[in-house]
Write a protein that binds this ligand. Sequence first.
Ligand code: GLA
Length: 485
Amino acid sequence: MSAPPAAFDPFSGPPRLHGARRIGCRPGTELLHPIGVTGVRPLEWNVEGLPDGVVLDDDGVLRGTAPAEPEVRPLSVRVRNELGVIDEQIELCIGDALALTPPMGWNSWNVYGAEVTAEVVMRMADAMVDLGMRDLGYQYVNIDDHWHAEARSSDGRPLANPRTFPDGIGAVADHVHRLGLKLGIYSDAAPLTCGGCFGGFEHERLDAETYAAWGIDLLKYDYCYAPIDRSTAMARYGTMSRALADSGRSIVFSVCEWGWRKPWLWAPGLGASYWRTTPDIFDSFSWGPGGVRGIARRNVGLDGHAGPGRWNDPDMLLVGNRGAGHSTSVMRTRKNKRQIWRLRGIDEVQVQTQMSLWAMMAAPLLASHDLVESTDHDRAMLMNPEILAIDQDVLGIQGHKHGAAPGLWILAKPLHDGATAVSVTNMTRFARSATVPLSDVGVGLATSASITDAWAQADLGEADRLVVRLRPYESAVYICRPVDG
Ligand code: GLA
């Protein structure tokens, strides 16, 4: 049983690299990538190996145009501050695969719902930088449903709501890009979105072109009001994916049909980077379809389908929602949208368990609360370097569930440096103890492993087993590094 973890201060200590170490970009398209480094400011940057046409700005953001031909190019990153220096390798991967590690960012839906505005989106982008989230690898600021005008323009182009996005989406993209962040948008493979705005069906080419002209970096493509069969879904997602690929911009494609048609089997082949595996998340820890445990249960067995550039998406993080999200706290009937259930939110231990499981499952990490109002606990949850490194590991392996002890989940996720991340979750409302022999969860042991408690960021010494005591609903996450014979 451990105390709640303290928030990591991204503006203290020697330099430390976080976030994606492999950066995907399509040949000849605009490249924008903030290299995530924390530490006392000022940081002095130097990157070697950059291709012509790409420069590093004073803030550690790579900007320019990617090489015209596919290649994998190692970059040496050297960052210095008054306390130390790091020399690390990252890779620029020019090709069709984007999101080579799970996307990290923010999405407007859970907290703002239909109330999203340009002002909110830009404020969240500013907060992402001010809080140091960008330095820990968060990059995407995603506008969900309800950015739309009443109708398309007379020539069929998508238009933003002139009241809530008075200067258009392009102006928001400019603001977000200036900060070194990326902008996501939302549409639907039908004439209407889930919220009743205009969808993308039969406008795919024009929409993709317009999104590219606006500077969009990610599209979440929903499936309300579309036919239920799988082949129509594949055709509609395929059409949009091709339009994005031809748009001249690197736009990450996110499929959102709630896992009903097993998108893990076909979405990667269509060029999608991630796909929802479940219905919408609600601010509940239940085993029901929208609760954290219910969603985790659906997502956890799909580990064989995830990998670099292809991720299972169990929906957004509930961090900071506290039962106050527009979309997550009230369950409504589909038909007349009447309230049927009011949720009070999940507690801090349960938030930590969601964060642990999502990182172990290599899920996209999309916060969805008002970042400006983040508490110390919210920051501790979103910005733990060890937990984020597990999610962002370059091998891109989704953790596998081992064992069958009732109410106890044990996940193991091999990492690129030979270590294995192991999480133990108490899914019950009673305190639990557990002993997990490391050889049972695939840690290749000669004798023992050195163990780090990821949440506490503390070394626990060497052992050949984990001995864990957990409060109700609590998770512990360890990084186990085999010690030579
Ligand atoms: C669907 C999606 C949600 C959100 C809403 C917007 O329900 O699953 O994530 O995008 O639509 O209306």
